[in-house]
Write a protein that binds this ligand. Structure first.
Ligand code: SAH
Length: 434
């Protein structure tokens, strides 16, 4: 997407949005699915972007098709007025200044400029980068930090991803599968403290068929009405479709890296094209689409991370999890160096500047290599946190990397406070803690 004037169509539901999108496409209107700008509230998380030239045609099509949509609005270019002025006491290089100017007026950054930002070093310039991202975050998604919680319900996995501590064939203390009742117990605990979205994550475990997952999703909806994020790996279009119909709202499938060679090198049983296809299907099915990457993968350069960020933007990804690679004992990558905190924070900041209206979690992986990592990420563009709410007896068996930190509600609240940010109103915690 570039800076030419665009319009966005806001629909009342995901299914309406998908119908409108396919109708427009069929009638030769070029569309782009993007996260709905926050000023339109949460009626439908995905908006349809069209060019100015196509606006009248689209309006006519919608009228003739009797689509009662919320409306068509100019797509506001997000600017940061007064940015240069507010930074004038900082000494920064001329090329950096030129990029800051583009951010101020809302111009699209090129791959070279994104790479430049990712290569920034030195305290003074890093401070400017993080502060700029923090301002963009505040302007676009506000001060509240969204809190979600993950239940890692099975560590059985059919895949042998070289980096992962629960890969097939890797020795873990114990393989486990939580029963539906055990999962529901954990879900209710989260519901009781007011958490609104539960993330169900597992290895790629065929035991949990679509039928099993459907039963679970329906039960969660019936008993709690919570939002559901699935993170169960690569599946077929039909399976993603059935899970969406069952009630799943979001899907988390990280691209991990958009460099095809690195992707192939780290995923002996995966195909990069298939992974991209899965993300595309999830998008077409109307999932709130969560992706992300790892920082510090073998052979990965800042240019590759820049490509990742451009991919998130182009795919209209709603949630982008950026974490450092951390070596996991007993895996082929156990002796590889871990990703750097600084590069991870830079990637978070630049992702905020480029993708703007997205959820960016301060990841557990970051908290695992730097105890202050989540606060730092929250001050560099991140706006959400994910609790690890797997029952204690199973947690130790879900070490996708070594030394995985256990983010509980208390440590999340601490990070939010340390970052000077707001807790979400839905959390039911003691008043003095607010
Ligand atoms: N099987 C699911 C869930 C995978 S675990 C799936 O494939 O989607 C969730 C995420 O943990 C992965 O997407 C990866 O980004 C991250 N992860 C796994 N091993 C890691 C490691 N060694 N270091 C850092 N992150 C890791």
């Amino acid at each position: 997407m570039n800076n030419i004037q665009q319009y966005i169509i806001i629909c009342y539901s995901t299914s309406q949005m998908l119908r409108v999108d396919s109708l427009l496409k069929a009638l030769d209107v070029t569309t782009d699915l993007i996260p709905t700008p926050s000023e339109y509230g949460s009626i439908c998380s995905t908006a349809i972007a069209i060019s100015k030239e196509d606006k009248e045609k689209a309006e006519k099509i919608l009228q003739e098709g009797n689509f009662a949509i919320k409306g068509i609005y100019p797509h506001k270019i997000r600017k940061l007025a007064g940015l240069m002025e507010s930074l004038k006491h900082n000494v920064i290089s001329e090329p950096f200044k030129a990029i800051i100017k583009k951010v101020e007026v809302g111009e699209t950054l090129t791959k070279e400029e994104i790479t430049f930002l990712l290569k920034i070093e030195g305290e003074a310039e890093l401070k400017v980068l993080f502060e700029t991202a923090d301002r963009m975050r505040k302007e676009i998604v506000g001060d509240v930090v969204e809190v979600r919680a993950a239940i890692e319900f099975s560590n059985y996995c059919d895949k042998s991803c070289h980096y992962c501590g629960i890969r097939k064939g890797c020795t873990v203390p114990q393989r486990y599968r939580m029963t539906e009742d055990e999962i529901m117990e954990a879900v209710h605990e989260l519901h009781d403290v007011g958490i609104k979205t539960v993330v169900l994550q597992s290895g790629e475990d065929e035991f949990y068929t679509v039928e099993e997952l459907t039963k679970l999703i329906k039960r969660i909806k019936q008993e709690t009405k919570m939002g559901i994020t699935l993170s169960v790996g690569e599946r077929s279009y039909e399976e993603y479709e059935a899970l969406k119909k069952a009630g799943a709202n979001n899907y988390l499938l990280k691209i991990e890296t958009t460099n095809p060679e690195i992707f192939q090198f780290i995923h002996p049983d995966d195909d990069f094209e298939v992974r991209k296809q899965c993300a595309q299907w999830l998008k077409e099915l109307g999932y709130v689409n969560a992706s992300g990457n790892m920082i510090g993968l073998p052979g990965q350069r800042p240019e590759d991370i820049a490509e990742d960020i451009l991919y998130f933007k182009k795919m209209g990804i709603h949630m982008i999890g950026i974490g450092p690679f951390i070596p996991a004992d007993g895996t082929p990558f156990e002796k590889y160096p871990q990703g750097s905190v600084e590069m991870t924070l830079k990637a978070v900041a630049v992702t905020r500047l480029v993708c703007k209206n997205v959820y960016i979690p301060a990841t557990t992986a970051l908290a695992s290599i730097d105890e202050d990592g989540q606060r730092k990420a929250l001050q560099a563009g991140a706006n959400s946190l994910m609790l690890i709410s797997t029952p204690p007896k199973y947690r130790i068996n879900y070490q996708i990397y070594s030394g995985k930190n256990m983010i509980d509600l208390d440590s999340a609240i601490q990070a939010i406070k340390d970052a000077g940010r707001k807790l979400p109103k839905y959390l039911k915690i003691l008043p003095e803690e607010e």
